[in-house]
Design a protein around this ligand. Sequence first.
Ligand SMILES: NC(=O)c1ccc[n+]([C@@H]2O[C@H](COP(=O)([O-])OP(=O)(O)OC[C@H]3O[C@@H](n4cnc5c(N)ncnc54)[C@H](O)[C@@H]3O)[C@@H](O)[C@H]2O)c1
Length: 409
Amino acid sequence: MQIAVLGLGYVGLPLALSLAKKFSVTGFDINSNRIDKLKDSSVVFTSNKDDLRKASFYIIAVPTPVNEYNQPDLNALFSATRIVGSVLKKGDIVVYESTVYPGCTEDECAPLLEEISGLKYGEDFKVGYSPERINPGDKVHTIETVCKVVSGCDDEVLEKIASVYEAIVDAGIYRAPSIKIAEAAKIIENTQRDVNIAFMNELSIIFGRMGINTYDVLEAAKTKWNFLHFGPGLVGGHCIGVDPYYLVHKAEELKYHPQIINAGRFINDSMGGYVGKKIVKNLIAEKIKIYEARVLVQGITFKENVDDIRNSKVVDLIKELRDYNIDVDVIDEMADAKETEATYGITLLKKPRPPYDAIVLAVAHDKYSKQKLSELKELCKNKLFLFDIKGVFRKDIKHFTENNFYWSL
Ligand SMILES: NC(=O)c1ccc[n+]([C@@H]2O[C@H](COP(=O)([O-])OP(=O)(O)OC[C@H]3O[C@@H](n4cnc5c(N)ncnc54)[C@H](O)[C@@H]3O)[C@@H](O)[C@H]2O)c1
């Protein structure tokens, strides 16, 4: 079978490489720079649409972000669909992997494929949906080791799609009863995480007022067998902070205004500003002149040990501090400095320029988590003034004898 994968990003590239171990694969991306970098592997990488014609099984894994109003931006999805539509033949199968709201594949993409190809959906060509569960930076949960949900527009195509994924997923596959169910399952996986993290963030705001550490509370509560393991934090990236908006969009189209999902989004989207204000309040309490204050932020990627800066909420925190005219230095050896400058207008320094009034450990990359408190103190003007978002040093600080200030979510 000839397979074509459209969109060679975090999802599409590892998928194309994995499928290439068993099938003949063409990897297509509109970004020709990306194609040039990838060329020496067993996959035929291309940005020429005509190279797709020999395929009979198409997988679409292009981005599905939100626009500035947090509405689904389906431009890449529709553009990839048009490209496939223009080369589609009788008997072909198109599988969507991009995260979408329930109904998008059958109600919007399949009619577009029909319109562009002039073929009949369900008779001449068939579609399926198989959501991706890749977790960037995670070497344990990979395509091969995590059960994959598959679905198809009828039983016959479901079996064909299942056989392709079965060839590469050692953990096995799950046949969902319908495409809409598979789409819904994917979107609630991330929405569930978002809502639970929002709950933890709300607890952190409450416990902060009580003067108790949220991570300490969670550690105690976790000793109960059915207490769920979530923690507070800045929710960024392309999935958890985005996918719930797709579900909200669909719900609102159906005249239901989700309360819990939107509340979770509101809390999580506000956390960068909340942490920024916390820092300002504590600097003022320390009688530090805000307009002369210097702060070092360690980490700008959307989560620890990845180089991905997409939708990073550390940016909100930096913006909040800069709104108060605080002089903020940012370092992150994992992030691409050019991309960070181009995307956010934030210059990454190669090295800190001490002394600082405060340090924010924003992203718990291994490198930052392994620092010694004494090293951090050396970066500070007077005492150690540490804002440790993920609570990495909360246990060590108790044994750090010098007069210092410590805060975590
Ligand atoms: N990254 C993750 O962890 C993850 C996990 C699960 C699901 N998803 C979902 O998978 C989808 C893809 O995400 P990603 O993180 O791989 O995105 P990405 O931005 O890393 O990569 C997408 C690639 O698609 C290319 N592209 C854009 N428009 C195209 C078009 N019309 N034709 C061909 N190529 C095109 C881009 O150039 C880019 O290389 C999204 O729907 C996302 O929500 C992502």
